[in-house]
Structure formats: C-alpha cells, structure tokens
Design a protein around this ligand. Sequence first.
Ligand code: B12
Length: 147
Amino acid sequence: MRTVILGVIGSDAHVVGITILERAFEAAGFEVVNLGVQTSQSEFIEAAAEHDAEAILVSSLYGHAEQDCQDFHRAMDEAGLDVTTYIGGNLAVGQDSFDETRKTFREMGFDRVFDSETDPQEAIEALKADLGHRSREAASERTRLRS
Ligand code: B12
C-alpha cells in the first residue's frame, strides 16, 4: 500500500483540516501516517524515511508556512529522501494572490501547492497521477538499465 506522511508544520495547531485529509486519503486506499499538529521538519523527514513513504503532505493554516518550510527540501536532500511533496492550507498572510503564493512554494521545492478551498479529492487525484508518473519513469529506467 502507498504510504503518505501528513502533518501540520511548525507551531501551527489547526487540526481539523488534516483530520479530514487523513480520512479522505485512507478512503482512497493510502496508508496515512498522521503526525498531527506542531510537527517539525525533522519529524516529517524521519517519518518518511522510517515508513518508506512516497509522499509528504504538509499542512499550514496560521500564515507562517514560508518560514516553517525554509530549507525543508535541502534537509530532505541531505537525508537522501526523494519523495513527492505537497503543501496546502492558508499559506500566506495578507493580500498576496494565490498565484504568487503557489510560485513561492513551488520555488521552495514543493511539487504541488493547494489553497484552503481545495477539495481533498483534488489532491488525491493529483497524487495518484504524480505517483503513477513516477512509477512509469522508474519502470522505464529499469528497462533501460537492463537492456
Ligand atoms: C478553528 C480555527 C482556530 C482554532 C483551531 C482549533 C484546532 N485545534 O484545530 C484556534 C482557536 C485554536 C485557532 C487559533 C489560531 N488561529 Co485559527 N482559525 C480557525 C478557523 C476558524 C477554522 C480552521 C478550520 O478548522 N477549518 C476547517 C478545515 C476543514 O479547513 P482547513 O483547515 O482550511 O483545511 C482544509 C484546506 O485548507 C485543505 N488543506 C489544509 N492543509 C492541506 C494540506 C494539503 C497537502 C492539501 C492538499 C490540502 C490542505 O484541505 C483541508 C480539508 O478540506 C480558521 C478560519 C477559516 N475559516 O479557515 C482560522 C485561521 C486559520 N486562524 C488564523 C489565525 C491567525 C490563528 C491564530 C494565529 C490566532 C492567534 N493570534 O492566536 C491562532 C494560531 C494558533 C496555533 N498555534 O496554531 C487565521 C490564519 C491567517 C492566515 N493564514 O493568514 C485564520 C485563517 C482566521 C483568519 N481569517 O484570520 N484557530
């Protein structure tokens, strides 16, 4: 079964969103390791390595996501982790348009960025597509190496 790591990063204590996401991803057939609220970068990384996860789903509601996610992808690289990363929630404070917010987090290394209006089903479909794509790439790489 495909495992995803889910949690709310930093000092953020908003729990309702990840509870809904946990149930939706489980119903869609994923194994969900829910780290809960106030999760540090290293807790996400350690859990992903321990559970051999295929994706990390970061939630942030309180407006400090950009600070909390600084150097997250560098720390993942240093840990030798290559997993799909999504972030979602209320990611910015103030008047930024969501396009700006998406750009900021894409540049930080997240594969996909979701706003607080996201239907969990949308993220599930996106993850199925992204993981399918990665599996196909890995399979064709294996075939290439064998030939
Ligand atoms: C309930 C609530 C609280 C409760 C939280 C209780 C709890 N334990 O969960 C309490 C009262 C404790 C609280 C505190 C604070 N809150 Co508050 N809170 C809310 C409120 C009203 C609802 C949040 C909620 O539960 N929504 C329902 C769930 C289902 O929706 P959701 O959380 O958005 O999650 C969905 C999507 O965002 C998305 N999603 C979320 N994460 C991810 C991740 C991925 C990968 C994906 C794909 C999708 C996704 O999918 C989820 C499911 O559909 C919101 C306002 C609002 N209407 O959103 C403010 C809000 C989030 N809070 C806010 C703030 C500022 C705070 C405080 C900082 C206030 C303060 N000064 O103390 C503190 C922070 C405390 C802390 N350390 O976290 C702001 C954040 C502002 C910003 N980001 O710009 C908001 C937006 C209110 C506002 N308009 O100002 N809060």
